[in-house]
Design a protein around this ligand. Structure first.
Ligand code: TRP
Length: 336
């Protein structure tokens, strides 16, 4: 990693569960790749977060490699960034314990994601699910992270990480950088194809609502053609045309053209032609990624070497922070 003194650190993590969507790619992964030129980036596969809900062990293992290969296929570069799996660096769990002892029950109980997931998984409301945001705070705080690229749904969790950093710094002495959310200049929110006023989500039960990163060309064409639009016929980005606006954003982000350029290009055209063009641009963007991911998944030796290198680099940084934290709270250092 090219570390220069004034480069800020970015940390981001994705869970290796669920089916990632085009929204995850255009809203997150694509930006994660471009951030590498200006920041020291640390990209984590957060497998320990995933076990807060029931997982089939063999599926979790497979999906962890799938996500690692996807990271690499979308351009995350292990020679420039630290790419690793959370459970390989035990300091994440260890810092979580210390931060647990600084987190109030009331604070953790107010997390809306915890409340929502408790409803969804009513048969398994476990302590880990409750503690999920503290583990996330540890991910971030271990690496002197300045910026965390997150969507709206993770704002409250980042706020807790900030609170815990400030609380620790005030109670002991300045130790943690207080992280800020990183809001991407481009990218942003991709909406559901079935209900364009709702975000495209990997947990949506309606398969037609999302384009999955694993969808092949035929499926992408079918889903885009079925996307909900209005009864008008002008291809214009506007608040009253949520469906068409969403497709314009998708086309814009996957083709690299501005919204204005897209509107101009399809002036006088019709929805059928436009939808085909949207599908084609999505396919052109996703299919090379899918091919590269597939190729990488056949090379476990390489993937394992990336994981090893990433874990070693992350561990070095994380241990340094954890040692400081342990010392400050009064845990005596091991002398053996
Ligand atoms: N909770 C995040 C999500 O579901 C994933 C995550 C875990 C994360 N640790 C993180 C994101 C640290 C950013 C930084 O989206």
């Amino acid at each position: 990693m090219e570390t220069t003194e004034n480069r800020q650190t970015i940390f981001s993590g994705i869970q290796p569960t669920g089916n990632l969507t085009l929204g995850n790619y255009l809203g997150a992964l694509k930006n994660m790749s471009s951030l590498q030129s200006a920041y020291d980036c640390i990209y984590c596969v957060v497998d320990m977060h995933s076990i807060t809900v029931t997982q089939e062990p063999s599926t979790l293992r497979k999906k962890t490699y799938d996500l690692l290969a996807l990271y690499l296929a979308t351009g995350l570069d292990p020679t420039r960034s630290i790419i690793f799996v959370q459970s390989h660096v035990s300091a994440h769990a260890e810092l979580t314990w210390v931060l647990n002892c600084l987190t109030y029950m009331g604070e953790a109980s107010r997390m809306t994601q915890y409340k929502e997931k408790s409803k969804q998984h009513a048969d398994n409301i476990n302590v880990g699910l409750f503690d999920y945001p503290v583990l996330m705070a540890s991910d971030i705080l271990l690496y002197n992270t300045a910026l965390v690229p997150i969507g709206q749904d993770q704002k409250q969790h980042l706020e807790l990480a900030r609170t815990l950093a400030q609380r620790f710094n005030a109670k002991y002495s300045p130790t943690f950088i207080v992280p800020e959310p990183y809001i991407a200049k481009v990218g942003g929110k991709i909406m559901s194809l079935a209900n364009p006023t709702k975000k495209m989500s990997k947990s949506d039960v309606n398969e037609n609502a999302s384009i999955y990163l694993t969808d092949d060309a035929d499926i992408i064409v079918r889903k885009v053609k079925r996307a909900v639009t209005d009864s008008d016929s002008t291809i214009r980005h506007s608040a009253s045309k949520a469906g068409i606006s969403n497709l314009i954003v998708i086309y814009s982000l996957s083709s690299g053209k501005s919204i204005k350029e897209v509107e101009k290009q399809f002036e006088g055209s019709n929805y059928g032609i436009f939808k085909q063009a949207v599908a084609d641009s999505v396919i052109a963007k996703l299919s090379p990624i899918q091919q590269e991911q597939k190729r990488l998944l056949q090379d476990k030796t390489y993937l394992d070497s990336v994981l090893k290198e990433g874990a070693i680099k992350a561990e070095t940084l994380a241990r340094r922070t954890l040692a400081k934290v342990y010392r400050k709270v009064g845990l005596i250092p091991r002398q053996f």
